[in-house]
Ligand binder design. Structure first.
Ligand code: FA5
Length: 355
């Protein structure tokens, strides 16, 4: 059906001959049908808006018929009015139904357009893995847990007492100079520091649980060391502590040997060299020999000094024990054949991906 122009609509206000009720009923039925058809054929909201204006707007044929009601004779007015109301109700319902359908359709089209297909980039994603220092720490924990040790932890920011005092470093003792300490501006001057080793975890363990004790404590340590092939200002150590009755240096040597073969396997050996630490007596440095014959200092060890046991509330007459502490980063170097410790910290994926 062609859309009437405003002029046509006006002229359709039954000025000349009055149409019959039957003719109007038929026309309204046709109008309704045409509107429904056009609404359902609209494929976008703007298109539907156009159809709405055409069928329900001020210039629509329906509006024209309504406008002509006043000129009808009394009898017909009511009936034509009702017919018009019914037609416009049906047309409005059809409009709303299509509006809802189109909205849903348009939303899902929009969602589809905006969605990101992750499978498109799958080819570029490579699966990550733990950093080799973490891998080494985990492997160490595995070996020691297999030997009956539990994993303990301590804070990276420590008190002077836990890092030095309880470990038999008297105030002003030259042994403190072995550790280039980074102090934290907190509390009394030089009372708080970034731990220089994992040995304060010994103190925290002994002051919080009674013997027998068998723990390892891996973690980060900090020193004012200049970065070079075997030193970093931030590095990792793993501490070991065993306290029981009748523990001797033989137990320490046996433990280091058992660890070396469990962790490194064939071709690696270890040696102990006399050394000095204020918190162990006797003390020993231990080194690992690589298959190429070269030696690398790995850490320190010794029998826990009676002063340390006493400071932690453990009776040295009844209990004795050994402790050791070594560098995880240096272990990672040996294990993965890395020549320079600084390479572990570059974050260069070309390097890290190799392990
Ligand atoms: C200690 O720190 C003692 N607490 C170890 C210890 C524990 C002795 C228990 C006795 C009983 P030392 O300063 O030697 O010791 O450090 C131990 C290891 O940490 C070194 O052998 C080295 O492997 C590692 N290490 C020390 N400083 C650095 C650094 N700047 N960068 C990387 N690794 C380091």
């Amino acid at each position: 059906m062609n859309e009437p122009t405003p002029e046509q609509s006006k002229s359709a206000q039954f000025t000349s001959a009055q149409p019959t009720l039957e003719a109007l009923r038929l026309e309204l039925a046709e109008l309704t049908q045409a509107a429904e058809h056009e609404f359902n054929s609209a494929i976008s909201s703007p298109q539907l808006q156009q159809a709405k204006t055409k069928h329900l707007g001020k210039s629509s044929r329906l509006a024209a018929i309504r406008g002509g009601i006043g000129s009808l004779d009394k009898q017909m007015r009511r009936e034509v009015g009702q017919l018009c109301n019914a037609a416009s109700h049906t047309i409005e319902v059809a409009l709303e139904t299509r509006q809802a359908e189109l909205l849903k359709l348009e939303r899902s089209t929009q969602l589809e357009a905006e969605s990101v297909d992750l499978t498109e980039v799958l080819g570029e994603i490579s699966v990550g893995h733990f950093h080799i220092i973490t891998q080494t720490r985990r492997a160490l924990e595995d070996v020691f847990c297999g030997m009956g040790y539990q994993v303990a932890e301590g804070p990276e920011i420590e008190t002077e007492w836990h890092n030095f005092g309880a470990l038999n470093f008297p105030q002003g003792h030259p042994a403190r100079d072995m550790y280039d300490t980074l102090y934290v501006d907190w509390g009394k001057p030089m009372s708080t520091l970034l731990r220089t080793h994992t040995s304060p975890v010994q103190v925290r363990t002994m002051t919080s649980q009674p013997p027998p004790i068998a723990v390892v404590a891996p973690g980060r340590c900090f020193r004012r060391d200049t970065a070079d092939a075997t030193h970093m200002p931030v590095f990792h150590q793993i501490e070991g502590l065993l306290i029981d009755r009748d523990i001797s240096l033989g137990h320490l040597a046996g433990t280091i040997e058992a660890f070396t073969s469990a962790f490194f396997g064939e071709g690696f050996t270890s040696r102990l060299r006399p050394s000095y630490f204020p918190f162990t007596e006797p003390s020993a440095e231990f080194d690992i020999q690589r298959p190429d014959g070269s030696w690398l200092e790995l850490g320190g060890s010794g029998m826990v000094h009676p002063n340390v046991l006493e400071a932690c509330g453990i009776d040295p007459q009844e209990w004795s024990g050994f402790a050791f502490g070594f560098g995880i980063d240096r272990l990672a170097m040996i294990r993965y054949g890395v020549d320079d410790l600084r390479d572990l910290w570059t974050g260069d994926m070309r390097f890290l991906k190799q392990f």
